[in-house]
Design a protein around this ligand. Structure first.
Ligand code: ADP
Length: 544
């Protein structure tokens, strides 16, 4: 017997329709690129997204064509996304921190037709424009008074474009399995690869993210996605907030401690999300002025492992709960969260912290396992390290134009490139990217664990551990540290600090201080660059 329920297509614009109908006056507050704070609501965003879709159709955009955005999180970026989707087109978020060559490659590879950009990014595009024959128009996301002079041919003013439309428009609804958005992986090895989300996968991912143990903000929340919309879809928050009718607070171009604090305070933000480096900046700013966070309840942190000291600080000094999140662009991006099970309530704080530091539990619709080099599944014992494999309706099955070949096996398992353990309760813990693992005497050392402990030292701002060749042990760990301003911790002090916290043979053989650790466009430590920099490093004790 077949079910007799409605086959209701999972189309992303139904989210904005819902927000308009049920949460029309709920606010979206943005720090505009021009500077002042801007206020709007879901009804207006809906109307302007329709105007945007109309304008795109007038500019000749056809269903299935790709329209790029290079923009910070603001109300205009939000309405642009829904406008592109509503025209039946596909949004392609560009990370402005990518190298010009990578931007050039991905804009041409995705065959972007039109490019929306914040005025601040005009210089980047002026330098690239002549290599981008497909781009028919550059739409500057500003009003006429803020339109800078530009050498870009076919530059149009966003506000003028919208003002010419009446918003009387039916969304162009394509099949739920059609492409909705494209985001390229950062491409630390080789060219970046395009992950192509469908309407269906994005709606299902929003439902995953909406679960209380995942991100789960609700209608009463004031939600600030600090994580940019160009970084893995702002982890789904641009769909999740309108779906539940939460207030949105968009930080625009400013993510320094002071600017973030200002919005957290004035807009009574209760839920926010970003990578660890953003929170390091905020915590430093808070400490500098004895400031508090009375409204903030929860902060989701992911993209890199969260240091223990960060969770502790948020908990103890500010009464804010950290949700540790692991994911990747290919997973839309949510994978796991370090949430506690009911019986963990009985544990003392330090033991709870041990669990919350793990990357965590997989929600419904994310399936995971670990395997050895031959693909054999490894036990969930918290000790066996293996290749982390995932599958689910919001996990990629191929890259755009088949780049990279087959990326899933016959059972749809996708190799994340992470090495992890899973314990008996199902908590996954990342030990390394597989290309960064340190193999010493045939055993693996977790660089992430050492890094997280090292940043707990009061003199350390940032830490990276890399494996370098060693005559006796194959590889040994080198700890690279950026000291806090004015500090110069000695190797002895750091080793003493780590001594009781890690196994003896995990102790870095050498510790070097540096001014800066290189990062990728999404804020991750570039281990390859560090390995190159220190390739001629001589161990102080060659005998090991
Ligand atoms: P994103 O663009 O979401 O940062 P990427 O696809 O660039 O995702 O990178 C995903 C990788 O980032 C993961 O495979 C993992 O190595 C790392 N990562 C993400 N979150 C965490 C975390 N909480 N702890 C450790 N590593 C993480």
């Amino acid at each position: 017997m077949r079910g007799l329920m409605q086959n209701f297509p999972l189309h992303e614009n139904s989210i904005l329709d819902h927000a308009k109908k049920h949460h029309a006056s709920r606010e979206i507050i943005s720090r505009s690129i021009e500077g002042p704070i801007h206020k709007t609501n879901y009804a207006q965003i809906h109307h302007r997204a329709k105007q945007c879709a109309q304008a795109l159709v007038k500019l000749g955009i056809k269903p299935g064509q790709v329209v790029a955005t290079m923009a910070w999180n603001t109300w205009r970026h939000l309405e642009t996304w829904y406008g592109i989707l509503g025209a039946g087109a596909v949004y392609h978020t560009l990370n402005p921190r990518l190298f010009p060559d990578q931007l050039n490659y991905i804009i041409n590879h995705a065959e972007d037709q039109i490019l929306f950009l914040d005025a601040t990014f005009i210089p980047i595009m002026e330098n690239l424009a002549e290599k981008l024959p497909n781009i028919r128009a550059y739409i500057i996301m500003a009003d006429k008074t803020a339109m800078p002079k530009t050498k870009l041919k076919n530059a149009l003013c966003y506000e003028d474009l919208l003002a010419a439309e009446d918003g009387d428009f039916q969304w162009i609804l394509t099949d739920e399995n059609d492409a909705a958005g494209i985001c390229y992986t950062s491409g630390t090895t080789g060219n970046p690869k395009g992950v192509v989300y469908s309407h269906r996968s994005n709606v299902l991912h929003t439902l995953i993210a909406a679960m209380p143990d995942v991100l789960g903000p609700g209608n009463a929340d004031s939600v600030m996605p600090v994580v940019p919309m160009f970084h893995a879809n702002a982890w789904g928050l641009a769909f999740l907030a309108p779906m539940v009718g939460a207030k949105m607070v968009m930080p625009g171009a400013k993510m320094d401690g002071e600017s973030i604090y200002e919005l957290l305070d004035s807009e009574k933000v209760s839920f926010t999300a970003a990578v660890p480096t953003v929170w390091l900046m905020l915590l430093q700013y808070l400490e500098g002025g004895n400031r508090k966070l009375p409204h903030l309840k929860r902060v989701a942190i992911g993209g890199s492992a969260v240091p223990r000291s960060m969770i502790e600080k948020f908990d103890k000094d500010y009464g804010v709960t950290v949700s540790h999140l692991w994911g990747m662009t290919e997973m839309s991006p949510v994978g796991t969260t370090g949430s506690l099970r009911a019986h963990h309530g009985e544990l003392d704080y330090e033991d709870q912290l041990d669990i919350r530091l793990k990357q965590g539990l997989a929600p419904y619709m994310v399936d995971m396992k670990i395997t050895d080099d031959d693909g054999k599944e490894l036990p969930w014992d918290g000790k066996s390290f293996g290749h982390l494999m995932v599958r689910g309706p919001a996990v990629a099955r191929a890259y755009l134009k088949g780049e990279g070949g087959e990326i899933v096996d016959e059972e749809s398992w996708f190799d994340t490139g992470d090495v992890a353990t899973i314990d008996a309760e199902g908590y996954m813990q990342i030990t390394d990217r597989s290309k960064d693992v340190i193999k010493s005497g045939g055993e693996w050392i977790s660089s992430i664990e050492i890094e997280n402990l090292a940043v707990g030292h009061p003199d350390v701002a940032e830490a990276a551990v890399i494996g370098l060749p060693h005559p006796k042990w194959d590889e040994r760990p080198l700890l690279v540290l950026v000291p806090k301003e004015g500090a110069a911790p000695s190797a002895r002090a750091i080793k003493d600090y780590l001594k009781d916290k890690i196994a003896k043979w995990w102790m870095p053989d050498d510790i070097v201080l540096t001014d800066e650790i290189p990062h990728t466009a999404t804020g991750k430590i570039q281990k390859m660059a560090l390995r190159e920099k220190y390739q001629n490093h001589r161990w102080t004790d060659e005998a090991g």
